[in-house]
Design a protein around this ligand. Structure first.
Ligand SMILES: NC(=O)c1ccc[n+]([C@@H]2O[C@H](COP(=O)([O-])OP(=O)(O)OC[C@H]3O[C@@H](n4cnc5c(N)ncnc54)[C@H](O)[C@@H]3O)[C@@H](O)[C@H]2O)c1
Length: 319
């Protein structure tokens, strides 16, 4: 009996010593993290003033035939990049190609590719190797997406699956296929066009919102994967979170219905912020900048959140 009490006392003593060790280690680690953070904030401030020269680089924009993608392609061409567009709309792609060539006098090629189809992307990559000999993609902009207001109750299996495949899975496939060459060349920039609905979901738009939360998660995890293998010094990741952007009449109609017509952005503005982020190697960019504070909504009490999102937004839409 006595021995047991003695053993227990020794174990407690041992545990106390352990706790001190843990506290000491935590304090040391936190101090290191604090000073590293300060140093990085300072360096990033300095670095953000230096603009990367992207002239002569090969940029691939998915969904570049219309809207935000088209404007990004034009801005990259204005910077002197050669342009590749992957889009399913052949007519619009052709028009986009002619306009970019005419205005910016750079090499432009368009490929009819469904970015949710892994094999189609691989086939197009082989064509790129033929069309741009000796070059590989330096800047990849994963922009293609469908704007579909689909609730879980009313959306069909096909509609929901299509949103997940195009808006989310395509980012995996495009990146998987073009990343290896970037790693080999030790040079690259991958951009994902996400949405502010990845900060706070749009009511009754479950598939779209979830696809954008997934997109945000994909780029965070991709950064970690590259950092773990020390590729983060030469391959940069940028995720763009735009608010409603007037690219299609559906967006304008939706904003009119929720009585918020002045809330939307122009695709030109989103493209300007995107290319600026590429040139400054920024990681997360909210357009407009105060969009990052939309996450405050998730901290509201549930009844207040329901009032803001459903009573104010949806009821106006359904009136
Ligand atoms: N418009 C907005 O309000 C808004 C807001 C935030 C984020 N976004 C995001 O920005 C991106 C672009 O949106 P947009 O408004 O410019 O759209 P858009 O409809 O104007 O253009 C999208 C382009 O992608 C192409 N595309 C669609 N499916 C494709 C596929 N499977 N394979 C290849 N190309 C395909 C279309 O043909 C079109 O040219 C999307 O990811 C969207 O979710 C848009």
């Amino acid at each position: 009996m006595e021995t047991k009490i003695y053993e227990a006392a020794v174990r407690t003593e041992y545990k106390t010593a352990d706790i001190f060790k843990i506290i000491k280690k935590c304090f040391f680690d936190l101090t290191v993290v604090f000073f590293m953070t300060m140093k990085e904030i300072f360096l990033n401030l300095l670095k953000s003033k230096i603009l990367k020269d992207i002239k002569g680089q090969l940029a691939l924009v998915t969904g570049g035939a219309n809207g935000i993608g088209f404007e990004i392609a034009k801005r990259l061409a204005a910077e002197g990049c050669s342009i590749i567009i992957f889009d399913i709309n052949q007519n619009e792609s052709f028009k986009a190609m002619m306009e970019i060539r005419h205005k910016f006098n750079v090499k432009v090629k368009v490929y009819k590719v469904d970015v949710s189809d892994f094999k189609a992307i691989q086939r197009a990559k082989n064509e790129i190797e033929f069309d741009f000999p000796g070059q590989s993609v330096d800047i990849l902009v994963n922009n293609a997406g469908i704007l579909s207001a689909t609730s879980l109750k009313e959306g069909t299996f096909q509609q929901i699956q299509q949103i997940i495949n195009i808006n989310l899975a395509s980012h995996f496939w495009m990146t998987k296929i073009f990343l290896n060459e970037m790693i080999e060349k030790k040079k690259g920039h991958i951009v994902g066009i996400c949405s502010l609905s990845a900060i706070e979901p749009i009511p009754k738009d479950v598939a779209y919102s979830a696809s954008k939360f997934g997109t945000d998660g994909f780029y965070r995890a991709l950064f970690d994967e590259l950092a773990a293998d020390n590729h983060d010094d030469y391959i940069f990741i940028t995720c763009i979170f735009p608010n409603f952007t007037e690219t299609r009449k559906e967006v304008t109609k939706y904003l009119e219905e929720i009585e918020a017509p002045g809330l939307s952005l122009t695709p030109e503005y989103v493209a300007e912020k995107t290319v600026d982020a590429i040139k400054r190697n920024k990681s997360n960019v909210f357009v407009p900048w105060y969009g990052r504070f939309f996450s405050i909504v998730s901290l509201l009490p549930l009844k207040v959140k329901k009032f803001v999102k459903c009573d104010l937004m949806l009821k106006k839409k359904n009136q």
